[in-house]
Design a protein. Structure first.
Length: 95
């Protein structure tokens, strides 16, 4: 799940990803933040909830890569980094 929120101080809109554990996301002015977990969300500063999206692009990307047998990575960490970057690009479009 992805949580879209707004910093009431600077107007920055962010997306926090519940699949990334213990990752506090901060806004542009660094006064507000959100740590979205699967069962709870921690907030700080003047963050305001906007919307949530019940998708899991991470798993969708992996399933598509497996189905297409592309690409092949020699190191598993490289594959993980590649998928994380793809997921980040997709969730940017939710802002
Ligand atoms: Zn801010």
């Amino acid at each position: 799940m992805y949580i879209k929120w707004l910093c009431m101080l600077c107007g920055d809109v962010k997306i926090s990803n519940t699949h990334r554990h213990h990752e506090m996301n901060f806004c542009r002015c660094n006064q507000s933040g959100c740590d979205a977990e699967e069962y709870l969300t921690r907030w700080c500063g003047s963050a305001k909830f906007i919307n949530k999206y019940d998708y899991n692009f991470f798993d969708e990307i992996i399933l598509n890569l497996i189905n297409q047998k592309l690409p092949k990575f020699k190191e598993p960490n490289k594959a993980y980094e590649f998928i994380i970057k793809m997921e980040d690009k997709i969730i940017e479009s939710l802002i």
